[in-house]
Design a protein. Structure first.
Ligand code: HEC
Length: 140
C-alpha cells in the first residue's frame, strides 16, 4: 500500500471515530441539545416579549441614526448640492426660518435637489419627521 493511501485510510478512520463519538454523545445528551436548539423552534406570538434586539430588528424598529446613515448622509454629511450639513448651523437656521413642519413636509415631498423622502422609500412620514429632528438636533 502506498504511503498516501495509508494516510487517507487512517484519516477516514479518524473521521469515522469522531463521528461515532459525536453521535454517541448526542444520544446521551438529548436534553442539552433540545435546550440548545430551542430558540430556533420557538414560536413568538405578537404582543409577547419574544426576547430582545433580534425581535426588534425583525419587527422593523426604526432607528433615526441608522436610517440617516443609510439614506440621508450621502448628501447631508458633506452638504453636497447645498444640502443643509449635519452637525452645522445650516439646520438650526432652516428650522428657525421655516419651522419644523415645513422642513418635514419638504423632506417628504422633496424640494429642489432634495429627492422625495431623501430616497428612503420605506420611510413613513413619522420616520422622516424623526430623521429631520435628528438632523436639526445635530446643530445644537
Ligand atoms: C441626493 C442628495 C440628498 C439626499 C440623499 C437627502 N437629501 Fe435632504 N436635501 C438635499 C438638498 C440638496 C437639500 C437642499 C434643498 C434646498 O433647500 O434647495 C436638502 C434639504 C433637506 C431638508 C430641508 C428642506 C427645507 O425645506 O429646507 C430636509 C428636512 C431634508 N433634506 C431631509 C432629508 C432626509 C430626512 C433625508 C434622508 C431620508 C435626506 N434629506 C436625504 C439633498 C439630499
Amino acid at each position: 500500500m502506498s504511503n498516501i493511501a495509508a494516510k487517507a485510510i487512517s484519516a477516514l478512520f479518524a473521521i469515522t471515530l469522531g463521528f461515532l463519538a459525536t453521535s454517541t454523545m448526542a444520544n446521551t445528551d438529548n436534553d442539552a441539545i433540545a435546550e440548545r436548539i430551542k430558540p430556533v423552534g420557538s414560536v413568538c406570538v405578537e404582543g409577547e416579549d419574544c426576547g430582545g434586539p433580534a425581535t426588534a430588528a425583525a419587527g422593523g424598529a426604526f432607528s433615526a441614526a441608522d436610517t440617516y446613515t443609510a439614506s440621508c448622509a450621502a448628501c447631508h454629511a458633506s452638504g453636497i448640492l447645498d444640502a443643509p450639513k449635519f452637525g452645522s448651523s445650516d439646520w438650526s437656521d432652516r428650522a428657525t426660518a421655516k419651522g419644523m413642519d415645513t422642513l418635514v413636509t419638504n423632506a417628504i415631498n422633496g424640494i429642489n435637489a432634495m429627492p422625495p423622502r431623501g430616497t428612503c422609500a420605506s420611510c413613513s412620514d413619522d420616520d422622516i419627521k424623526a430623521l429631520v429632528e435628528y438632523m436639526v438636533d445635530s446643530a445644537k
